[in-house]
Design a protein around this ligand. Structure first.
Ligand SMILES: NC(=O)C1=CN([C@@H]2O[C@H](COP(=O)(O)OP(=O)(O)OC[C@H]3O[C@@H](n4cnc5c(N)ncnc54)[C@H](O)[C@@H]3O)[C@@H](O)[C@H]2O)C=CC1
Ligand SMILES: O=C(CO)COP(=O)(O)O
Length: 365
């Protein structure tokens, strides 16, 4: 990537996609020696208030549906065609719900630059028929034949977009990309720490979404902060154990020690999600719907429509993906919290049983 100015594209334009487009749009202007000033943002086209969302973004410079009341810099151009959005990019920032990643990559495949760098901000795993679950960054790298870094942290999008201070973790295998990534993402309110273990950072990002649902379940049941702290602690223990087992299974490097879990991508993201995340909201809503209507309560997708109006809860799908892996490996009993969240979301188990799951957790034996 030496020499010419780097072009940057953002693939995705939801709540986080729009917030990161604001940062990246500003940073390319502040680093004219390194970046092309125009940033394409791929928008999955839809009609909002009778107008195309891309037209609204390109005239009002606001994503009125997914990130209202925040100005996106005018050099960020909304593009509905993913091939056009990605074809000249040197850096491709992936920020879609994980279930859309593979199909989107397949569409882009013939158009992208061979030396492009991918950066995944996506918190999830990808379940493919007959192949089990896979890391999103790996699916991107293998489908597009490019290097892929990740950026994960305690980054609730609306707070980041409002410029409230936070930290994040960037993981990239090759140090040659460090300064480009710092200049692309870092601001005075968004501090970026670069480390090397891409797969462990990514696993943290996916797993904390499931624990966040657990935090919402105890909120919905009317328990207090001590109980939520127990969910966070037991959830973290399961995240650490799952990361080790899963990365070994994928023949990848598990973390050498536990330090990664004390970065923004670990405990900080877990705490943020368990207090202010959409997945926490879902856990609470599941319990309330069950209290109102009795078991099994309202379907998750209906709750998603009602509560998020277009945004998505990633946790239930990730919990299902994790469950399928654990069942396959005969390890369901070793991860009671992650498994209980799946069973509650799929309405197999009454959420009131969640407290028993905490009480009987193997960490207490
Ligand atoms: N929102 C947040 O605070 C944060 C989200 N993330 C992660 O970022 C990723 C993206 O989430 P958000 O930007 O929040 O999205 P979102 O949940 O706000 O919005 C959903 C997005 O999916 C798009 N979409 C719907 N159908 C599609 C299709 N068939 N193909 C392609 N796109 C389609 C919608 O147009 C919309 O842009 C997720 O993995 C999430 O876990 C990470 C950090 C913070
Ligand atoms: O990843 C996030 C914060 O870092 C957002 O979490 P939710 O998807 O639960 O809102």
């Amino acid at each position: 990537m030496a020499g010419l100015l780097k072009r940057v594209s953002v693939i995705g334009s939801g709540n986080w996609g729009s917030a990161i487009a604001k940062i990246v749009g500003m940073n390319v202007l502040e680093n004219p020696d390194m970046f092309d000033p125009e940033v394409y943002m791929y928008v999955y086209e839809e009609v909002v208030n009778g107008r195309k969302l891309t037209d609204i973004i390109n005239t009002e410079h606001e994503n009125v549906k997914y990130l209202p009341d925040i100005q996106i810099p005018a050099n960020v151009v909304a593009v509905p065609d993913v091939i056009k959005a990605s074809s000249n990019a040197d850096i491709l920032i992936f920020v879609l719900p994980h279930q859309f990643v593979f199909d989107t990559c397949v569409k882009m495949k013939s158009a992208i630059k061979k030396a492009a760098l991918g950066v995944s901000l996506i918190k999830g795993f990808i379940l493919s028929e007959g192949e089990g679950i896979q890391l999103v960054s790996r699916v991107i790298s293998q489908t597009l034949d490019i290097n892929t870094a990740v950026l994960m942290g305690a980054n609730l999008a609306t707070e980041v977009a409002s410029e409230m201070f936070c930290e994040t973790t960037i993981a990239v295998e090759k140090p040659e990309y460090d300064s480009i990534l710092k200049r692309l993402f870092e601001t005075s309110y968004f501090r970026c720490k670069i480390i090397r273990n891409v797969s462990a950072v990514e696993a943290c990002g996916a797993l904390k979404n499931v624990v966040g649902i657990g935090a919402g379940i105890v909120d919905g049941l009317g328990f207090g902060d001590n109980t939520k702290a127990a969910v966070i602690r037991l959830g973290l223990m399961e995240m650490m154990k799952f990361t080790k087992v899963f990365l070994e299974y994928l023949d990848l490097r598990p973390p050498e020690d536990n330090s990664i879990f004390f970065e923004s991508c670990g405990i900080a993201d877990l705490v943020a999600t368990c207090h202010g995340g959409r997945n926490r909201l879902l856990g609470e809503a599941v319990v309330k719907s069950m209290k109102k209507r009795g078991m099994p309560g309202v379907d998750i997708r209906l709750l998603e429509k009602e509560i998020l109006r277009g945004q998505s809860f990633q946790g239930p799908l990730i919990a299902k993906e994790i469950y399928s892996y654990l069942k396959d490996k005969n390890m369901v009993d070793q991860f009671p919290l992650l498994v209980a969240v799946h069973r509650i979301c799929s309405r197999e188990v009454d959420p009131r049983n969640f407290i028993d799951c905490l009480r009987e957790h193997p960490e207490h034996l």
